[in-house]
Design a binder for this molecule. Sequence first.
Ligand SMILES: Cc1cc2nc3c(=O)[nH]c(=O)nc-3n(C[C@H](O)[C@H](O)[C@H](O)COP(=O)(O)OP(=O)(O)OC[C@H]3O[C@@H](n4cnc5c(N)ncnc54)[C@H](O)[C@@H]3O)c2cc1C
Length: 459
Amino acid sequence: MIHTRHGWWLEETGEVAPAPPLEGDTTADVVIVGGGYLGMWTAWHLLALEPELELVLLETALCGHGPSGRNGGFCETLWGDAPTLREEAGDAAALAVCRASEQAVRGIGAWCAANEVDAWFREAPMLRVATTESQVGSWDGIVDTAAALGAPAEVVSVSADDVRARCASPLFLGGALYRLNATVQPARLALGLRAKLLERGVRIHERTEATRLERDGSVQARAGRVRASSAVLAVNSAAAGFPGYRLSLAVASSHIVLTEPIPEVLEEIGWTGGEAIVDSLTLVHYTRTTRDGRIVFGWGGGSMGFGGRAADRLELDPGVIARTRESLVRFFPQLRGRAVTHAWGGPIDVSPSHLPIFGSRGRVHHGFGFTGNGVGPSYLGGEILARLALDRRDERTALAIVEPSRKLFPPEPFRYAGGSLIRRALLAKDAAEDAGRKPRALTAFAAALPRRLGLRLPR
Ligand SMILES: Cc1cc2nc3c(=O)[nH]c(=O)nc-3n(C[C@H](O)[C@H](O)[C@H](O)COP(=O)(O)OP(=O)(O)OC[C@H]3O[C@@H](n4cnc5c(N)ncnc54)[C@H](O)[C@@H]3O)c2cc1C
């Protein structure tokens, strides 16, 4: 098994020649910091609104080589967050966000087709499954909310037989089916977008770290400065390092293992429909197939640091990878003895509400907090940030994920110590439930702490 920093998707896509770093001072209409999906979709949507804009994009490494190029490739809607949205913003606002997130999934598919970017975009439903009795029905709140919002077909409960007809894992005991979902080859999407932006004349500077953002919209990098009317901060978990954002997000990690091509196993278990699958644990397992017949299997159970100190372990944690591999074989016993060829990981920007957050401070506009669901929603985030950067208001900027009521993570010492404690409790709780036991009272108490503090961790 190869542990790679950037993951197999980028290897499969092929290398790109780096764009030149920023040297000296320059000007632009809008400067974008961060060359992941969010920064790049923002550039794309800015040009859709005003084709003549001068755009500069600064990326500390290479565009698309962060989480955008190495994620699981689940291109999801925000229906999973519908209960939170409804509780915090009401019925109409919740429905508007969920519908906009559907348009984002379709928008990515349409963009790939129109721009002839073969990002392996494949529409197929997503299954949220139960792998223990205690998880059965854990999706009821989402199913009920979809129905209450007048969209009963978007998320429906399905029986164990229905789930196994789509993917016959012995662990699956029932689930919920999300009607609209897609999978992509994430690096092909990210690098395809980068290539189209370069074609459209966006001045991309790679290997250029932004060190300071001014409220007037200018951005300082190590070897130069960009003066602009607006700046967009789209740096994922690195936002926690910019003044004023530290308590707005926590940083966790997710890791992936990839099998060798096993098309005959996929045939045997009937998993040929392209469904993306997640389980119902807080530290979620997620799995999907690839065009060349492999299984991608991920786990959001890596370190949870609420900031700096844990960040070193986010990219590659051998212990987490070993556990992820064990879970892969529990889900699919046919894979015992089959090769896992690659493993990698990366940071996750966890927001207090589990929903992405967009907004402005002066002429600096920000987006972060995708909490492991950024592939689809970053397209919508790009539409929002493009409008904020041009000071235009419409139905996108009126969505409840723009300037939501401010929630913060607690400061130190809770931040680091609390993050580790809660992660241990969540691991123990998930392990007890996996073994069919009830978690101990103290474990259940600690695992429930984030919710008691008003924080919502993934799923
Ligand atoms: C292992 C893993 C699996 C995942 N699976 C899924 C999934 O299946 N589905 C899903 O929806 N989401 C998934 N995610 C999350 C998803 O990848 C992200 O939500 C999404 O890529 C966020 O895009 P982004 O543009 O905000 O961030 P990024 O892709 O991280 O881009 C931010 C960029 O900013 C750059 N940057 C940082 N600091 C600076 C600076 N100071 N100056 C200049 N540039 C800077 C970084 O180098 C980076 O390229 C996963 C994440 C990981 C790590």
